[in-house]
Write a protein that binds this ligand. Structure first.
Ligand SMILES: Nc1ncnc2c1ncn2[C@@H]1O[C@H](COP(=O)(O)OP(=O)(O)O)[C@@H](O)[C@H]1O
Ligand SMILES: [Mg+2]
Length: 306
C-alpha cells in the first residue's frame, strides 16, 4: 500500500434503483487525517454512497478504495480500515453492552489487547455505568451510543458517521462531537454526514455537497463560503414595504416589518442600497448585516434547506 494513498478514493460510482439514479457518476477523494463533511438534502445519495464504501451496497459501476485497498478485491483489508456508524440501529438485545462490544471486536480478529480500548470507548461515550446492562434495557439514546462504540471497536483509522446526531438529545450530540474531535486529533480520518450545518461548518475541513446523486461542490469549508459572494441585509422599515423595483427581487424573507435582502457583495454595496431605500421614501428603523452561512450556500446549490 503506497503511503500517499487517500483515506477513501471514489471513482465513477454509479448506482440505480430501478429507474432512479441514486448515484450518477460520483468521484472524489477524502485525504488521510481529514475531517470531512458529506452533505446533501434527504435522498441525495449519502447513505447509498456510505453503504457502497462499506461494501454493504453493490455499485453498478465505479471503484472505491479505502487506504489504497480496493473494497471488492481486498474486501477484508478495506473493511478492517473502516468504522461505519450506520443510520439505523441493529443489535442482539440479550448481550450486555460490554459483551456486545467484545464480540464485535472478535469479528475483526481483535482480542483482549483491545479491551482497554473498549473501556475507553465506554468511558468517552458516557456508557461506563451501563456496561453491564443488556442492550434491550437501554433507552434509545443509550443504544445509539452503543452503536457508535460498536463501529469503533477495532480502532479503525477511517471513521464514517452517517447522521449520528439526527434525533438525539443535545447532551449526546456534544459528547459525540467532543469524541469525534479527539479521534481526529489522534490522527483518525473522520467523515461525517449531518443535517446540522453549523456543526459541519465548525468541524469539517472540507465539505462535499451531494444532490440527486451528483457532486455539487467539493472544497475547503472556508472556500465554499468565500466563493459565494453574497451577504444578507436585514432592514426594519417604518410603514408598508414594497421596495424600489430594482431591489424587490433581492428580498428573501419578510417578517413583521423587517425584511431580509440577499445582496451581491461586489455589485450591490450596502451604502447604495440603503440610499435607494431611503430615496423611495422609507424610514429605516434598524439595519443589520450577516455573512452567508453554510446553510445559505447549501440552499443556493440544492434549492433545499438542510
Ligand atoms: N434499497 C433501496 N431501494 C430503492 N431505493 C432506494 C434504496 N435505498 C435508497 N434508495 C433511494 O435512493 C435515493 C438516495 O437515498 P439515500 O442514499 O438514503 O439518501 P440520503 O442518505 O442522502 O438521504 C433516495 O431516493 C432513496 O429513496
Ligand atoms: Mg441517509
Amino acid at each position: 500500500m503506497p503511503v500517499t494513498s487517500d483515506a477513501i478514493s471514489i471513482e465513477g460510482v454509479r448506482k440505480t434503483y430501478g429507474t432512479l439514479k441514486a448515484l450518477d457518476g460520483v468521484e472524489f477523494s477524502i485525504r488521510r487525517g481529514e475531517f470531512f463533511g458529506l452533505l446533501g438534502p434527504n435522498g441525495a445519495g449519502k447513505s447509498t454512497l456510505i453503504g457502497i464504501i462499506a461494501g454493504l451496497v453493490r455499485m453498478d459501476a465505479g471503484r472505491v478504495a479505502v487506504l489504497g485497498h480496493d473494497n471488492r478485491r481486498e474486501y477484508r483489508a478495506a473493511r478492517r480500515a473502516l468504522g461505519v456508524v450506520p443510520q439505523e440501529l441493529v443489535f442482539d438485545p440479550f448481550f450486555s453492552v460490554r459483551e456486545c462490544l467484545r464480540i464485535q471486536a472478535g469479528y475483526y480478529g481483535c482480542g483482549r489487547e483491545y479491551w482497554p480500548w473498549i473501556e475507553r470507548l465506554l468511558d468517552e461515550l458516557d456508557l461506563a455505568s451501563k456496561a453491564g446492562a443488556t442492550i434491550r434495557q437501554l433507552s434509545g439514546g443509550m443504544k445509539r451510543r452503543v452503536l457508535i462504540a460498536q463501529a469503533l471497536v477495532h480502532k479503525p483509522p477511517v471513521v464514517i458517521l452517517d447522521e449520528p446526531t439526527a434525533g438525539v438529545d443535545v447532551e449526546l450530540r456534544r459528547t459525540l462531537w467532543r469524541f469525534a474531535r479527539k479521534l481526529h486529533a489522534e490522527g483518525t480520518t473522520v467523515v461525517l454526514t449531518t443535517h446540522y450545518l453549523e456543526e459541519a461548518e465548525e468541524l469539517c475541513q472540507r465539505i462535499a455537497i451531494l444532490d440527486r446523486g451528483r457532486l455539487k461542490a467539493l472544497e475547503g469549508t472556508g472556500q465554499i463560503l468565500a466563493r459565494h459572494p453574497f451577504r444578507f441585509l436585514r432592514l426594519t422599515l417604518d410603514g408598508d414595504f414594497r421596495l424600489p423595483p430594482g431591489l424587490e427581487p433581492c428580498v428573501v424573507s419578510r417578517l413583521n416589518g423587517s425584511l431580509e435582502l440577499k445582496l451581491k457583495r461586489e455589485e450591490q454595496p450596502i451604502g447604495e442600497v440603503l440610499e435607494s431605500v431611503r430615496g423611495a421614501g422609507f424610514r429605516i428603523v434598524d439595519v443589520r448585516t450577516r455573512e452567508p452561512t453554510l446553510e445559505d450556500v447549501f440552499l443556493e446549490l440544492t434549492g433545499e434547506r438542510a
